[in-house]
Design a protein around this ligand. Structure first.
Ligand code: HEC
Length: 408
């Protein structure tokens, strides 16, 4: 399942691997007695890296006692450390926040996207839900959740509410809050959150939602999936077929991204971000509910004179052209039908791919190990990815990855 190895360096049995095998054998033989200074340092490193702050003496002692199986010590840190709130409120928040804005910065307030991913991790939920689940996480304090502002989440943050405590942050259905798409069961996890709408449905042509989902959750930008052999029949009218009067530019460039991107972006045809002129009252709206009246958002039909014979989006049906050609190697699920309608099913299409799973593991690795994946860890990363595809528990990925970087 080695599908994304652009930074692979020289593999092979190095001195360090030999040494670490020897030290592992030694650890095994002494772990029945008492943990030594090495285990103590490793346990502390696991805690530091996961939680972001050093352990208390009591927590360190508890972790040391588990170091015969360091993954147990890592699980302890996440779930039992008396400082575990830092894992949720700070470490996870910083991990997730860059996915929620175009600038990809961690310096942004808590929002419904971030809180929902934090909750899914904390509650050991199937991580694929982040792109297709019905739920959103809300706190219990006022002001309560509003579709038109982020005040609720900013209050959670301002009041330092401990997000590791399930009674402070709970899952509710997006439908119960009347969120966009939920009236037709088109809730798509974070895709249909307010924060994602503000960042990626605002203005433009909704292609940004597709691009950022690809970047944040498949670890690829469009440059990586460019395929000029793609079929152009679903490229929209706004894409000129002869930019600057030169059709070869279309054939050699534009088609590479738009042939695959446009038929997927159809899934968001009923979504739009609207706000007042001064930026207030911003919210995601949905125009796919038959009870109200169904229409494709006008942004799907702008600049149609650029190429009048281009594809006209008439509903939210999407198709994944990337299943054929070079992008088949993203590992799409054979259990899914390759097409559908709406955000929820396109979210599931991404979330069930191997690239999604590998991307989550690589992101955790960068977060916990403070480095790009190194060659010596590539088989471990593959193993963790394979196991993640068995249970889709991201907390386990954090625990196992921290052990990779606990030092020797
Ligand atoms: C590397 C991938 C890539 C290539 C190549 C590419 N595009 Fe795009 N295009 C995008 C993405 C991504 C967006 C959405 C940008 C956004 O809204 O954030 C986009 C948006 C557009 C839009 C809508 C702009 C708007 O917001 O109104 C047009 C029109 C367009 N592209 C035309 C072209 C043409 C013509 C070419 C070839 C000269 C081309 N594109 C090549 C990725 C690409």
């Amino acid at each position: 399942m080695k599908i994304h190895n652009k930074r692979q360096k020289q593999a092979g049995l190095t001195i360090t691997t030999v040494l670490s095998v020897i030290s592992l054998l030694l650890v095994g033989s002494i772990s029945t007695t008492t943990a030594g200074p090495v285990e103590r340092t490793q346990a502390k490193r696991i805690h530091d890296r996961l939680i972001g702050v050093p352990p208390t003496d009591a927590d360190l002692a508890a972790m040391e006692a588990l170091m015969a199986d360091p993954v147990q010590a890592a699980r302890y840190a996440i779930s039992n450390s008396s400082r575990r709130a830092y894992f949720y409120n700070v470490s996870l928040k910083n991990f997730i926040t860059p996915w929620t804005n175009e600038a990809q910065t961690a310096f942004a307030p808590l929002n419904d996207y971030t809180a929902t991913v934090i909750g899914i991790v904390r509650d050991d939920k199937d991580f694929r839900q982040i792109l297709s689940g019905n739920e959103v996480y809300v706190g219990t304090i006022t002001p309560s959740y509003a579709r038109t502002n982020n005040d609720h989440y900013e209050a959670l943050e301002a009041n330092n509410i401990d997000l590791s405590d399930p009674s402070n942050l709970t899952a509710v259905t997006q439908a119960s809050l009347g969120m966009a798409g939920s009236s037709t069961d088109d809730s798509a996890g974070v895709i249909t959150t307010r924060a994602a709408g503000q960042a990626f449905f605002k203005a433009g042509t909704n292609r940004a939602m597709l691009r950022f989902t690809l970047m944040n959750h498949m670890c690829r930008d469009l440059e990586h999936v460019k395929d000029i052999t793609g079929i152009p029949d679903r490229i929209r009218q706004d894409v000129s077929r002869s930019p600057g009067g030169d059709s070869s530019i279309f054939l050699n460039s534009c088609i590479g991204c738009h042939a695959g991107m446009d038929p997927l972006t159809s899934a968001f045809a009923y979504y739009e971000w609207v706000e007042e002129e001064d930026g207030s009252n911003g919210q995601v709206v949905y125009s796919g509910d038959p009870a109200i009246g169904v229409f494709v958002q006008p942004k799907y039909h702008i600049n149609r004179s650029n190429f009048e014979y281009g594809y006209i989006t008439r509903d939210d049906s999407w198709e994944n052209y990337w299943r054929k050609g070079p992008n088949a190697n993203l590992g799409w699920s054979q259990a899914l039908p390759n097409k559908g309608t709406g955000a929820k099913s396109v979210g599931a299409e991404f979330a069930n791919s191997e690239a999604f799973a590998q991307c989550q593991v690589e992101k955790v690795y960068r977060h916990v190990c403070f480095q790009e994946p190194i060659a010596n860890h590539s088989s471990d990363i593959e193993q963790i990815t394979a196991e993640f595809m068995g249970d889709y528990n991201l907390k386990e990925v954090f625990a196992k990855t921290a052990v990779l970087c606990m030092g020797e």
